[in-house]
Design a protein around this ligand. Structure first.
Ligand code: AHR
Length: 563
């Protein structure tokens, strides 16, 4: 049993043949950039319908829903983010340049660091100032014992990347820093001091002087602070009641320096309502709260179709999967919508005016070992077209619940789980998830709109029995005169001829970009890109409607300009 299993058991209660299936010819057309649109005559042929309700706003979409997560685990920091100042790999002050460029291109709004489970074993003082001790990484026991002698930075933390570097990464990319504090193994005073290091005025304290030596006399103004991580598991094995007391103690009287800090409490694993209610009962019975966000972690990892709950056995494979696995991952992933609704309702039992928002700061598929990009890239896995659709519909869910979800972070940015990038030494490549984030960037800060999707379901066999999954789904938002409409066609084989109606306005221009590939397993390696940039597709429109066909197994982003 590896460490991860232990964490799961402690906290959460708890190969198929490679199918190289050509996706129908429509996909091929879209890939070649042929117009997907048709004249309004085609509405009679449309089997699907989308209605964007311009007069039914939900809430502004917080840009921080499009956040990212980097942890000192496997190949995320060392190799992924940090290559070192002396490296021949292009870098800015030791940070991989291609990563900086990629994050800028998708307008990354927020990055969470340093973990993850690592956070509750991390002493931030090790990563600042001139002396950098080597420490045992939290994930040490998940590496092969032979790695102990080799002692790579993934196993024994060299502390070369610390607070100054993280804040620099954020500044270079335009993202807001979100720091997860150590509640399990450091004191509340250590958190006070970390905030002092980050936020105290220039030259005001010894820690401000130390910060100036590290690169910045000016304060970093870090606003977002996570109070522990998975405090039900690797973050301390707390009961929800005990954690509520710790949360209160750690956040009481932290120095603010005039900056309103936002504290994120460690919420449940998945939909564990007992954790949420246990925490709230204690918190709300002992006075006012100062919680800005309720962190929820949800990974889609059990592809056993109900046959196992074993953390290792129940996992699927990132690359080797069939149609049944395709939909099973989606069924698992789609549960996040119910989790959002359940957690929101549970918080509302105590926090009637909903001052606490949901922060889904770890999400994504989690497959079995075997497709990591290099051996020390622990929890690294390949990212296929299937994962791109998963990521896209997850972001659509967040958009649709913009009134509830204030932040989210895809786990993790590079070389780990649902990565946007794979990097090793001089090699760097974007995964299909990167393109999804690029396609969805227009939603950031826009007004989420209620949108109705009506289309035939996808049909398949699940354990020999007829099963269905939704066909089309997505989200829409409005910024000025621009509507962003993102649509996932989850059906692995059937294109959907669709009429899109904008209720309440006429369309003056429309265009679409489509991400798909001829093979559902399409993915990118350092030597071969099977899934490239989304293809532009022109869209015809008339009045308040437009028509297009969504290829099977695709993500489409429409930009619609209103009159
Ligand atoms: O993202 C990998 C790990 O998953 C994180 O360290 C932890 O918070 C979660 O269980």
């Amino acid at each position: 049993m590896d460490r991860r299993q232990l964490l799961k058991i402690g906290g959460a209660a708890g190969v198929a043949s490679l199918l190289s299936r050509p996706i129908a010819s429509v996909a091929g057309r879209a890939m070649q950039g042929a117009p997907m649109a048709a004249s309004p005559r085609r509405s009679a042929m449309a089997d699907s319908h989308i209605e964007v309700l311009l007069d039914e706003p939900i809430a502004p979409i917080s840009p921080n829903i499009y956040g990212h997560f980097i942890e000192h685990i496997g190949g995320v920091i060392y190799d992924g983010v940090w290559v070192g100042k002396e490296s021949s790999i292009p870098n800015t002050g030791g940070i991989r340049q291609s990563l900086i460029d990629g994050l800028r291109a998708i307008h990354a709004p927020m990055i969470r660091w340093p973990g993850g489970c690592f956070a509750d074993s991390y002493d931030w003082k090790d990563g600042v100032g001139p002396s950098r001790p080597k420490r045992t990484n939290f994930w040490v026991d998940d590496f092969a014992p032979s790695r102990l002698a080799a002692a790579p930075p993934q196993v024994f933390e060299p502390n070369l990347f610390g607070t100054d570097d993280f804040v620099r990464l954020c500044k270079l990319t335009g993202a807001q820093p979100y720091i997860a504090a150590n509640v399990r193994s450091l004191s509340a005073l250590d958190l006070d001091h970390w905030v002092e290091y980050c936020n105290s005025p220039a030259r005001s304290t010894s820690l401000a002087e130390l910060r100036a030596q590290g690169g910045s006399a000016d304060p970093y103004n870090v606003k977002l602070w996570g109070i522990g991580n998975e405090s039900w598991g690797c973050g301390g094995n707390f009961t929800p009641q005990d954690y509520a007391s710790e949360f209160r103690r750690y956040t009481a009287w932290i120095p603010h320096y005039g900056l309103p800090l936002e504290y994120i409490a460690s919420g449940p694993s998945g939909d564990d309502l007992a954790w949420t209610r246990g925490f709230c009962e204690k918190m709300f019975s002992t006075g006012d709260h100062n919680i800005a966000g309720w962190s929820v972690h949800y990974y889609a990892w059990n592809l056993s179709r109900g046959k196992s709950t074993d953390w290792v056995e129940a996992k699927g494979d990132a690359l080797s999967f069939d149609i049944e696995d395709w939909y099973e991952l989606f069924r698992q992933g789609y549960q996040i919508e119910k989790i959002i609704e359940d957690q929101w309702a549970a918080l509302g039992e105590y926090d009637q005016d909903h001052s606490i928002k949901l922060v889904i700061d770890e999400y994504g598929p989690w497959y079995r070992k075997g497709t990591e990009i290099f051996p020390d890239a622990l929890l690294g896995q390949q990212v296929t077209l299937r994962d791109a659709l998963f990521t896209a519909f997850t972001l659509d869910i967040f958009n649709r619940h913009a009134d509830k979800v204030s932040m989210a972070a895809c786990a993790q940015l590079v070389n780990n789980l649902n990565a946007l990038f794979l990097a090793h030494e001089g090699n760097f490549v974007s995964t299909p998830n990167y393109h999804v984030f690029a396609m969805y960037a227009a939603h950031q800060g826009a007004q989420s709109l209620r949108t109705e999707f009506s289309s035939p379901s996808a049909h398949y066999l699940r354990d020999g029995k007829a099963a269905t999954f939704w066909g089309l789904n997505g989200s829409a938002s409005l910024k000025g005169k621009q509507v962003a409409l993102t649509v996932v066609n989850a059906d692995h084989a059937t294109p959907r001829a669709t009429e899109v109606v904008l209720r309440g306005a006429a369309v003056s221009a429309a265009s679409a970009r489509v991400l798909t590939a001829p093979d559902m397993h399409a993915h990118n390696t350092f030597t071969q890109s099977q899934i490239g940039v989304p293809v532009e597709a022109a869209v015809d429109h008339a009045g308040n409607s437009l028509h297009l066909t969504f290829p099977p197994a695709s993500v489409t982003a429409l930009t619609i300009t209103l009159n």
